[in-house]
Design a protein around this ligand. Structure first.
Ligand code: ATP
Length: 370
């Protein structure tokens, strides 16, 4: 009898639609593992977020963070509610604190079209987008979070921090990802996105980029200014392969990337470090639609598929990679006919319909179980 590989998953559903999209996602993950066979996930629920803060005075306790860190991976829904804030007015955002606490330096934001779902661009090439934006997630302008200096109510200073070690590991990650993608048919190109023509910090960032590029002669290294990338993200995004950038630029460009494939409801993400990783949809808690059944769970499902792929790569477990492919394939199959149209894209399909179609496609996909 063959043995079962079990992974321990910390589940932080959070607030608002985070809770709604997480529940069906766990069922689909179990289904995907069952279809592959010999693979199981043990979910550990970890309470955190704005509602938790209101009740307990902390958004994420040290004990709960340690429990999450002990898991093989963390699956996160969405956190934060506009009416529940820290005394200084800041939003509750433990998902950002976790990036710092667990040193999750690489924010991976795939921009991959879902066949059957039209994005806003009319060019037919925009129906087959497939690039990845890597957002540095522990420094950059976000290093100033909570450290803003305001002088005499007259001038405010937020300082951007770019470190050599933070940049080197970021660029190595980007080049390695480009190499993996090249093996699967992508062009093998990394573009450093910066503002090196104006800021010394970005010239430093770019210098380190080309130093690291020398270690990856099989991958083409390019650099471009962020304003040009913003233009080309709309004009010819099909020309991109891997983009790598600073935290704040990445924050902005990744939302624009989500728009290209249909919006926040379909955009997955991963925050990856040397030891830990968090997988979560790009969207927030969407309090305007929470409880209405209109939440689109697609981004959550695709993030879960990324988690399976990462677990498989990290632990040399092809069954997890296969389960991730099954889940991603089921999402694509659900939308392929073009008859499923989420509410936020002007359609009338919400959480239940989309989940049912993905579950149906998953159950119809070939099972490798013997
Ligand atoms: P945050 O401030 O953390 O980004 P948010 O919910 O205010 O959180 P977004 O996640 O950017 O902001 O979402 C903006 C709007 O897009 C939401 O208010 C909602 O109307 C819509 N939206 C976001 N995610 C989804 C989803 N999964 N399904 C349907 N609509 C969504």
């Amino acid at each position: 009898m063959s043995s079962t590989q079990e992974f321990h998953i910390a589940v932080m559903a959070g607030d608002g639609i985070g809770l709604e999209v997480m529940a069906p996602c766990l069922d689909l993950l179990n289904d995907a593992c069952a279809r592959v066979g010999g693979l199981a996930l043990r979910f550990e629920e970890i309470e955190s977020g704005a509602t938790y803060y209101k009740e307990h005075g902390t958004a994420l306790s040290d004990e709960n963070l340690a429990r999450a860190a002990a898991a093989d991976a963390i699956l996160l829904g969405a956190m934060g509610l506009p009416d529940i804030r820290y005394p200084d007015g800041r939003e509750i955002a433990p998902q950002i604190d976790i990036r710092i606490a667990l040193d999750l330096f690489a924010g991976v934001r795939p921009v991959r079209s879902i066949p059957g779902l039209m994005g806003p661009l009319r060019d037919p090439r925009a129906q087959n987008l497939d690039f990845v934006l890597i957002r540095e997630s522990t420094e950059g302008l976000f290093a100033s979070m909570g450290k803003t200096k305001i002088v005499d109510d007259n001038i405010a200073y937020d300082t951007m921090e770019i470190t050599r070690s933070g940049s080197e590991r970021l660029f190595d990650f980007a080049f390695e990802l480009a190499r993996k993608r090249k093996a699967a048919g992508s062009p093998g190109m990394v573009t450093c996105v910066d503002k090196a023509n104006v800021f010394g910090g970005f010239a430093f960032f770019r210098k380190i980029f080309f130093e690291r590029a020398a270690k990856f002669p099989d991958i083409e290294a390019r650099a471009a200014y962020v304003d040009a990338i913003a233009l080309n993200q709309i004009r010819n995004p099909w020309a991109f392969d891997v983009l790598v950038t600073e935290n704040m630029f990445g924050d902005i460009l990744s939302d624009a990337g989500a728009a290209l494939i249909g919006g926040m409801g379909v955009a997955p993400s991963a925050d990856i470090g040397a030891k830990h990783a968090v997988f979560q949809p790009c969207h927030g808690t969407a309090p305007d639609i929470a409880g209405t059944g209109k939440a689109n769970p697609t981004a959550m499902f695709l993030s879960a598929a990324m988690m399976l792929d990462w677990l498989g790569e990290r632990h040399g477990e092809p069954k997890a990679i296969e389960a991730g492919k099954l889940l991603q394939g089921a999402v694509e199959a659900a939308f392929a006919k073009g008859t499923l149209r989420p509410y936020e894209m002007g359609g009338s399909n919400g959480l239940k319909d989309i989940t049912a179609r993905v579950a149906g496609a998953l159950n119809a996909s070939p099972s490798s179980r013997t």
